[in-house]
Design a protein around this ligand. Structure first.
Ligand SMILES: [Zn+2]
Length: 390
């Protein structure tokens, strides 16, 4: 990248302007499904700056999404900046800037990051550095679970609000996540016919659901051991984890139900159905062996994914990161699921999660330094130049 252009662009990121935008966004409460007022505010900020703003309802009329574009007018790739404006349902903490640190609800997750996107757009506009392609900014509600179901992002994707690649400002500053495990949460209910009965009065052959549950825990442990061979260099291995077993009322009563909860995680993209089938087969075998009835509640959080390290978005990002900080990021796995998983699954476009080194996401004490917000705004702006123009 042209050094003079890079320096001009980095210098065009204005910390004061970025902080003001972040404070304005954090000042407005926006728990998931109620992000309308903050979306209106963001639209106002963008319109006041001369950006043309669209407000697609995108399956959530209570808080229409906010979309804008910065177009060079020349052919090239489209880089999408995508973020969620909703916050978790915790008591509201007002916005404040304290010794260069932004605090308040959503400061870390992720209004600080969205303010950095807006500042990156301004820097690109002010410098005219974007000579090819365009940047598409999309922001929306309905991200945080369990209150939201991602319907607004899914609708935006369906309606074609899509770039060739996406950046997401979740609070992960390192490594650069090029892969993630898929995950499912399970609840198994092992049941028998009849009522709870005293230990010494049980009819011969009464199935013991608690023992069947213990048996299942051991079988799942065996599965977990066998799964260790399914590995990925960035995300580790497949796992089957049991976090809870509950059964029985008192010491000498034969119970009627045993409940087991846990997770199943996998590294291979595209194996959602195979993983589920394997799990169901294991349960069917247990039911057969123990004479119990088994019900399964199996909730899929998302599939595994992997992004090609040779993808132009990865190269553009790493160049931008090197130009901003002096070094590329190490490659790694993504420890959580975010909207990037949805972009990859539904649209098949590369999605990179990179945000400020922020703390306190999903707590009452969210904090992110203005220096970090400035750093990521520079990385975002430089990535756009490198990606859209290459
Ligand atoms: Zn969150």
């Amino acid at each position: 990248m042209d050094t003079r252009l890079a320096d001009t662009l980095k210098g065009a990121v204005n910390p004061r302007r970025l902080a003001d935008t972040a404070l304005e966004l954090v000042a407005i409460p926006s728990p998931t499904r109620s992000a309308g007022a903050v979306a209106d505010k963001l639209a106002q900020i963008l319109a006041a700056e001369g950006f043309a703003v669209e407000r697609p309802l995108a399956d959530w009329p209570e808080a229409p999404a906010v979309v804008t574009r910065l177009d060079s007018g020349n052919p090239g790739r489209t880089l999408q900046f995508d973020g969620h404006l909703d916050t978790v349902h915790l008591p509201f903490v007002p916005a404040r800037l304290e010794d260069g640190v932004l605090c308040g609800s959503g400061a870390s997750d992720m209004k600080g990051g969205i303010a950095a996107f807006v500042e990156a757009l301004r820097a690109l506009r002010d410098t005219g550095a974007l000579q090819q392609g365009r940047v598409l900014l999309t922001t929306h509600d309905h991200h945080e679970g369990p209150w939201g179901d991602r319907r607004q992002l899914k609708a935006l994707i369906r309606e074609g609000y899509l770039g060739d690649g996406v950046l997401l400002p979740e609070y992960l500053a390192t490594p650069l996540p090029l892969a993630g495990r898929g995950a499912a949460i399970f609840e198994v209910r092992i049941k028998r016919d009849g009522e709870p009965v005293h230990e010494v009065l049980q009819p011969p052959g009464t199935p013991h659901v608690l023992l069947a549950g213990a048996d299942l825990v051991m079988r799942l442990r065996g599965l977990d051991q066998r799964l260790k061979v399914h590995t990925h260099p960035l995300t580790g291995a497949d796992t089957c984890f049991v976090g809870r077993l509950a059964s029985g009322e008192i010491y000498n009563q034969v119970p009627v139900e045993c409940v087991i909860n846990g997770t199943r995680r996998w590294v291979q993209a595209g194996s959602v159905e195979a993983v589920r089938a394997e799990f169901e087969a294991l349960l069917a075998e247990l039911a057969q062996d123990t004479g119990t009835k088994i019900e399964l509640d199996y909730s899929i959080s998302g599939d595994a994914f992997a992004i090609d390290p040779a993808d132009p978005l990865v190269g553009a990002f790493q160049l931008a990161h090197r130009t901003t900080t002096g070094a590329a990021l190490p490659l790694g796995g993504k420890p959580f699921m975010d909207d990037g998983n949805t972009f990859l699954a539904l649209a098949g476009i590369p999605s990179l999660t990179h945000g400020p080194a922020a703390i306190g996401a999903h707590t009452l004490d969210e904090r992110v330094s203005l220096d970090e917000l400035v750093r990521v705004a520079r990385v975002y702006a430089l990535t756009a130049v490198a990606y859209c123009g290459s």
